[in-house]
Design a binder for this molecule. Sequence first.
Ligand code: SF4
Length: 91
Amino acid sequence: MSDLKAKLGLNVFKPLPSPHIRIRPGMERDPRLKAAVRACPAGLYAEGADGVFTLSIDGCLECGTCRIACGTAVLEWGYPEGGAGVQFRFG
Ligand code: SF4
């Protein structure tokens, strides 16, 4: 796992003015989001003790796994604008 974190740490993430993926308003407690917590390779989803799911978009790999796992009824999903988002480095 630490090897994966080290490799992910080589990537550069250029911030966006607004997130390109969002949990739809009112869907923050939807159990379908558990799949994103388990599947997101960058570990960007979390479930709080209060049952509210959160997404921290910095470091998103733009892989689409969360969209497939949860569906667009739960997530607003898009690619970032050109010049923003992830820049892969393989070291
Ligand atoms: S697109 Fe991939 S890396 Fe980005 S939040 Fe979804 S699962 Fe995580």
